[in-house]
Design a protein around this ligand. Sequence first.
Ligand code: PMP
Length: 436
Amino acid sequence: PSDPRPDDAPASAALLARARAVTPGGVNSPVRAFRSVGGTPRFMVSGRGPYLTDADGREYVDLVGSWGPMILGHAHPAVLDAVHEAASRGTSFGTPSENEVLLAEEIVARVEPVQQVRLVSSGTEATMSAIRLARGFTGRPLVVKFAGHYHGHVDSLLVAAGSGVATLALPDSSGVPAQMAAETVVLPYNDVAALEAAFAARGDQIACVITEAAAGNMGAVPPDPGFTAALRRVTAEHGALLVSDEVMTGFRCSPAGWWGHERAGVDPDLMTFGKVMGGGFPAAAFGGRCDVMALLAPDGPVYQAGTLSGNPVATAAGYTTLRHCDDAVYARLAEVSRALGDAAAEALSAAGVPHRVQRVSSMFSVFFRDGEVRDYDDARDQDTAAFGRFFHAMLDAGVYLPPSAYECWFVSAAHDDTAVQRVLDALPAAARAAAG
Ligand code: PMP
């Protein structure tokens, strides 16, 4: 595909040409390709604190944060030290090691419903394994998910998915057998009546409901008050498990993730984590009730494994990141996200651009439409062309936003007043560009 925009990122463009020859689309994860916003994806060469620098030497305030992990900012000194120290002792043993225990203890200590965890290498593996475990525990085949929620590229969870599937406007993924899609029941989010109807019809076949603890992959769409409690009530009534996916929200929305933030007295049976807990390395986890986790191999019959699971360098990065996520970090995330979300709303209002800023704790997103967004139909009803103009004006001004109208903006504790001011300065002109 040719670039629709004249381009002033020659080094990135040259790298993209090389990448396209050897990698489909030139990228290793689709949203990175800038398909919905056009233009040349920037190849980054370094990151420090709140900034990224691209191959052309241009610096950006980063509001993607590697899609969530970089809660302390890039190249945090303590994380780098831990990584160097761990790597100097060897990078993978294929045996248990103490760093895994430290990270697991940290997760279990923070998130009460999680009595045990198993470490994996990506959020996709975490949700895939949690679903296998739920099916093994209940002996039932069906999985309920919500439209617009993204749980990684697990076959059965790619139905009506958010994130890149939404960005590329794909109906679903090709390559997922119809039988597999048929085992996934897709419901509208925040709709208790639809949930009750699905369970009334097929409740004895449903292994679990998997939900983003608060949706972040169709933009920020928090659960309505009482929705999480309804999930707990209905699943319990029918003997199904509740799987709360905190890959994005975990350790970001509070020290104990969305679960800690919402404090609605709702304990899921299983939870999944990733992103922040890997500190920028491939580490993720699923965990929950002891009696459910006991079914995993080697103690039980549900198989699950990984050559690099619990990798000593990744777990050192993750553990050190979590240990540095203190109250001051969460306070700064809240402050920066409030300032940026409010300023974006103000600039778009001044330019007369329909918009709606929504928040999931310190995650937030800007929908280019009026009115509340409660589900995927609402999220899709927005002016993505206006977002594209806004995105490119911000990029030109040195602000790296998620290249999709369906993604949250992520801030870090390293976003100091200088970085915040650069974003604030860029917003009014970008809002005028969005107005067209
Ligand atoms: N679940 C959620 C809620 C996510 O946001 C993501 C990634 N954006 C995943 C699962 C998949 O994680 P990964 O990309 O590490 O496979």
